[in-house]
Design a protein around this ligand. Structure first.
Ligand code: ATP
Ligand code: MG
Length: 237
């Protein structure tokens, strides 16, 4: 991907949130994005998630140029390939865990019975099968984030985009959520995660540090092939 992204800041002012960023994110990778507040992390995530288009340059998602897709195609690509996880969970407060997880399938036009069984399966996958009839207010922060992760998984995406997924959680709960995301990565999902914390970033294979809209540092803890090998062994054990 190569791009610049501009944001409108009141009275027609423009902020250049990303400047000539060029990067490839490969299938099966686990990438942490760090950098000071305002450095462009969420802007990048919005572009990766097809929520925003770059003002210049191109973004290829699974080999396809996102700019040339019409809005229907964009919505369907987003719904099919990408699962989103946010710091504040973004669950519907009056809906049960099950209904929250069913939501992306409502948009995807999946029949009601199938929706329910797939949502339950996703909740079981994140260890919340027993709590499916509870509303967010009846769940702990960590459990709410698990519901959000189940919702992100339910259309079987290839990419999980998590913007500060542990930002609202205590350290033990953060560890549990990272364990869950890491397990999903070992099963083959690509994970891109924004974090402000070094110990959370340490779960990833690759770390990108942004400053003022440019990549300041791009570090890998091991080669991607070794990482995938290690993951394969862990899944088989
Ligand atoms: N909706 C918006 N309208 C105008 N400017 C915006 C908007 N969103 C972000 N910006 C600006 O774009 C730049 C990058 O913001 P971005 O949200 O990507 O930062 P970030 O790295 O995610 O920060 P944080 O760690 O605080 O979440 C900043 O200068 C910010 O003020
Ligand atoms: Mg942000």
């Amino acid at each position: 991907m190569g791009n610049a992204a501009q944001r409108k800041a009141g009275a027609g002012q423009q902020v250049q949130a990303l400047r000539g960023v060029s990067l490839d994110i490969l299938e099966g990778d686990f990438v942490a994005i760090m950098g000071a507040s305002g450095s462009g992390k969420s802007t990048l995530m919005n572009i990766l998630g097809c929520l925003d288009l770059p003002t210049q340059g191109t973004y290829l998602l699974a080999g396809e140029a996102v700019q040339s897709m019409d809005s229907d195609k964009l919505a369907s690509v987003r719904n099919r390939l990408i699962g989103f996880v946010f710091q504040q969970f973004n669950l519907l407060p009056r809906a049960t865990a099950l209904e929250n997880v069913e939501l992306p399938m409502v948009y995807a036009g999946v029949a009601a019975a199938q929706r329910k069984s797939r949502a339950l399966q996703a909740l079981q996958r994140v260890g919340l099968g027993e709590r499916s009839m509870h509303t967010p207010a009846e769940l702990s922060g960590g459990q709410q984030q698990r519901v959000a992760i189940a919702r992100a998984l339910v259309n079987q995406p290839q990419l999980i985009l998590a913007d500060e997924p542990t930002g609202a959680l205590d350290s033990q709960t953060s560890h549990d959520i990272m364990d869950l995301l890491s397990g999903l990565n070992r099963q083959g999902l690509t994970v891109v995660m924004v974090t402000h914390e070094a110990d959370i970033a340490a779960w990833a294979r690759r770390k990108l540090v942004f400053k003022d809209g440019v990549v300041l540092e791009d570090a890998e803890s091991m080669s991607l092939s070794d990482w995938k090998c290690r993951a394969k062994v862990a899944v088989e054990l």
